[in-house]
Design a protein around this ligand. Sequence first.
Ligand code: ADP
Length: 497
Amino acid sequence: MFDRPLKILFVSSEVVPFAKTGGLADVAGSLPKALSLVGGDNMGNDVRVVMPRYQQIEGASYKMDFPVPFKNRNETAIIRESSIEAHYQGERRQVPVYMVDNYHYFFRERMYMFEDEADRFAFFCRAVLEMLPRLEWQPDIIHCNDWQSGPIPLFLKTHYASNQFYNRIATVFTIHNLQYQGNYSRDALAALGLGDEYAHPDRLEFYGSISFMKAGIVYSDVVNTVSRTYAEEIKRPELGERMEGLLRKRAGDLYGIVNGINYHEFNPRTDPRIYRNFDQHSIVNKRENKFGLQKEIGLPAGEVPVIGLISRLVDQKGLDLIAETIDELMAQEIQFVVLGSGERYYEQLFESIRARYPDKMGVYIGFNAILAQRIYAGADMFLMPSRFEPCGLGQLISLRYGTIPIVRFTGGLADTVHDYNPATGSGNGFGFSEYKGQALLDTVSRALQLYREQPEQWLRLVKNAMELDFSWARSGVEYLQLYQEAMNKRLALRQIA
Ligand code: ADP
């Protein structure tokens, strides 16, 4: 596609394995690796990642420090460096990960949700751009992700617009979840170093706030989100989170590319975290993962179908449908294993369900990456009844581990899960569209019925699921095409200017 390797800077507020609260971290820890190995006429690309250096991150080595113009003063940014290793068909490559460190803004007990969030991420974005000439590295593309990096396209078109070093850099802004927008009071303009004229509806003003998400959408060369269906859904008021008008305005530059997962790391044949390795030719070994999981979570071990759920416990995830139907669900002969953390209400809800159904319900409240793998490997079915879902990774990891997803068809779930058709045997899971408890129950019943009554068909479904390819191979190439699009746009704009 390109006759030379591209230089790509990937900006994210969280990156696996350094810091993670959700799917963005998985994408930031896997897409850059894939891009470092494909494209560029098969030479791979020069991809580098940048994130904040949070308190819990150890082992990153000092690279440089410099002053960052910030709020009429200079604030020091320290850059540390670590890396993530990419593997592909026997090849390996190190992808550098730069970390912006500042004791005051990032040395704190958690990653987000502070009073001075606008200051923290405005500073981060400014520091990222100030870092580049000091690295003597001029990217072709800066790929920004979610509101935390929204100011970068804005800065390029304001503070750095007439600077030769920056003005050929094209920007891509990816929306991983439109619900989290980074909206702040007008004081945020001072953090961004911009005047009141930017509090304008064509610029950053958003229902009386200054919106970092809007900055990314308005000022980037192209915008995308993490599935085709979500790209359509966010142009309508139901899921547009009040940005639908703006997104419709940019519809010509708005794309949808479904996420992949790292098939090297998420591999049931080699995953060291699970009880027994297996692949599509040894599905029988999956049972030992079920028995191991049952024991670990305190449920009686046996052949009973196990439904898993791993999720941030927030309204988005459709948990009220589970609350509404839990007694009917539990009347079935099943076990239900839940791993999650988030809103206190849902944490207590699942704890109380466990108290009522101790032999059927296993619950772990907290974040636990090892248990997560054991659930993906050990469960028979994986439940994601999301109210909305930009892409969703849980269903992709489940499929890889032969665990059949039961989903609500929305966003990326609609693009990646296809209802099982008993007549043809096609499909890779079960789903429903209407956001209703009864629809969820009917769908779970259909899955259970196939599991119990037609074990051979079930086995075929599991095998099919494991043979699908949701690695980054295809979506990585789509990102390269998107970068080309962004570079064309940038070039055209420079020619006009
Ligand atoms: P979102 O980004 O909305 O949280 P995704 O499905 O895109 O949802 O990604 C969630 C990722 O986080 C998946 O990799 C999932 O396995 C993981 N995850 C969510 N909650 C937990 C938890 N409590 N412990 C371990 N992993 C979790």
